[in-house]
Structures are given as C-alpha cells and as structure tokens.
Design a protein around this ligand. Structure first.
Ligand SMILES: C[S@@+](CC[C@H](N)C(=O)[O-])C[C@H]1O[C@@H](n2cnc3c(N)ncnc32)[C@H](O)[C@@H]1O
Length: 261
C-alpha cells in the first residue's frame, strides 16, 4: 500500500520543519531491545532521516528505507559525514526481500516513525518478525499529534483556517489516537511480539515560520499553494493565529514496542 505524496518541495519542507526525536526516545529503544554497537537497525518509512540519524549513533549501522526518492535525497544530504548510515528506496511491501539480502544477519530493531498508517501492517509485522533477533523488535513511533489538533486557542485557530482552505474538516491523527494505537498493538501481538509502551513528553515553543513550514511539510505537493499565492496564504494564516501567540506545542512521543521472545 504505497501512497507517494512527500515529493519535490514537500521533502525540503519536511527536512527543515519536521522536528526530530529527543534523546529519551533513543534511550527507550536501547533499553527495550538491549541495543548495542553490534546491532543493525532498519528505519522503515524513514523520510528525511529524523530517526535514522540518531539511530546510527546507537548502533553499528542504520539503514533508512522509504519509497520516496526525494525524501531520501534530503536524508542523504542531512547525513553528510556520518559513515554508518545508508539509504534504500523501498516500501513496506519490499521488506520480505530483505530477509534474503540479510541471510543469517538479524536486526536489533526496526523503527517505523510516523509512517505505519501508509503500510499494510498485517503483512508487514509477520515479515519483520523473521528479520529481527530474539530480544530485538519493532518500534512504532508517533511524534506527537498534528499541531492543528491540539486543544489550545492557537491550534484551534489553525485548524479552523486550514479546514476552510482545504474545504474539509481536519481530523486525521496519522496514528496518534488511542483507537489506532490499540489496533497497532493488537497487530503486533497477533504477529508474535510482546507489546509495550513508553511515552516521552515535552513542550516546544515554535514560531510562525515553523508553523507554516510544518503545514507545507504535511501537504501533498500538488495541493501546496502556488508560488504566487503563497504570500497571501501565509498572511491569512498569520492573521488567524498570531492573536493567540505564543505557540506552545505539547509533544507526546509514543513509542509502541513489539519485542521478539
Ligand atoms: C510522515 S513521513 C515520516 C518520516 C520519518 N520517519 C519521521 O518520523 O519523521 C512518512 C514517510 O513514509 C513514507 N511512506 C509512504 N508509504 C510508505 C510505504 N508503503 N512503505 C514505507 N514508507 C512509506 C513516505 O514516503 C514518508 O517519507
């Protein structure tokens, strides 16, 4: 199930304006899976490498895999000078072929950050079970709810503005809601993993430029405001949310783990 929408300029916005993962997230992965400098890691749906790069700092090698070449091009640029990271063009449906590639080598962890909602997890999780070593496993990570879905005046104003622009209500949580998390957990258990969860929470004060960049990073390339419409779009967005500054975003990173026995 591949839906490509992170192409072109959107990949540039993603690299610049999507936040990475705090050290506590990496600490949780190391603790849950006993990761060491001997382990190899796969970051599936790696995008521009927000999670792949810190994973490389905790393992022998980290491989970022994503079907969108434009995202991987940005990731490769961001990884300049880091020797133990590499990139593969591929989707979740390509995972079974990795087993043949790896042979006897098993992975310490497979991370899926903000990307499982694009994948067929009922096929993917059993395939990943064969790829990881005992004690290792999968981490499905949600990097906070979308910034327009919070219960704060600036977030509500942003939601209202964007809904009007798109002509539809903004409701998709990209996997951050409890019902979806419960479904992910059930699928992990059905594939033979022992499920667990760690949450890392913090607050981030962001500025107008970051809000606009994050909105563009989540907009399919063909729906971005055209270059000559962009200044107007940004002015109206600013008028809607600026009265509610400062923009403090609560970030709840949920790390749903599936450990192989
Ligand atoms: C929201 S980005 C997440 C990027 C990064 N992992 C992060 O945590 O910020 C989702 C990524 O999933 C990728 N993707 C979409 N469909 C996919 C699939 N079927 N298999 C693997 N990755 C996919 C997209 O190309 C995109 O780079």
């Amino acid at each position: 199930m591949t839906i490509l929408k992170f192409s072109g300029e959107v990949a540039e916005f993603y690299q610049r304006y999507r936040r990475g993962y705090p050290a506590g997230v990496l600490d949780a992965l190391v603790a849950e899976f006993g990761l060491t400098a001997d382990d190899a890691a796969l970051d599936l749906g790696c995008g521009t490498g927000q999670l792949t790069l810190p994973l490389a700092g905790r393992t022998r090698v980290a491989v970022g895999m994503d079907p969108e070449p434009d995202m991987l091009a940005q990731a490769r640029k961001a990884a300049a000078g880091i020797a133990n990271v590499t990139w593969l063009v591929g989707a979740d449906s390509d995972v079974p072929a990795l087993e043949a590639l790896l042979g006897k080598e098993k992975l310490g962890v497979v991370t899926i950050g903000q990307a499982l909602h694009w994948m067929d997890r009922e096929t993917l999780f059993p395939a990943l079970h064969s790829l990881v070593r005992p004690g290792g496993g999968i981490a499905v990570i949600t990097n906070g709810a979308p910034m327009w879905l919070h219960d704060s005046p600036w977030s509500r104003a942003l939601r209202e503005y964007l809904s009007g622009w798109l002509g539809q209500p903004l409701v998709r949580t990209c996997g951050a809601d409890q019902e979806e998390q419960d479904r992910y957990r059930a699928s992990l258990e059905a594939a033979g993993f022992t499920a667990g969860e760690t949450v890392v929470e913090y607050e981030d004060e962001i500025d107008l430029e970051f809000v606009i960049g994050a909105v563009y990073s989540a907009t399919p390339e063909d729906r971005l405001p055209k270059p000559d419409e962009r200044a107007g779009f940004e002015e109206r967005l600013s008028a809607a949310i600026s009265p509610h500054a400062p923009f403090v975003e609560p970030v709840q990173v949920r790390i749903l783990t599936g450990r192989k026995g």
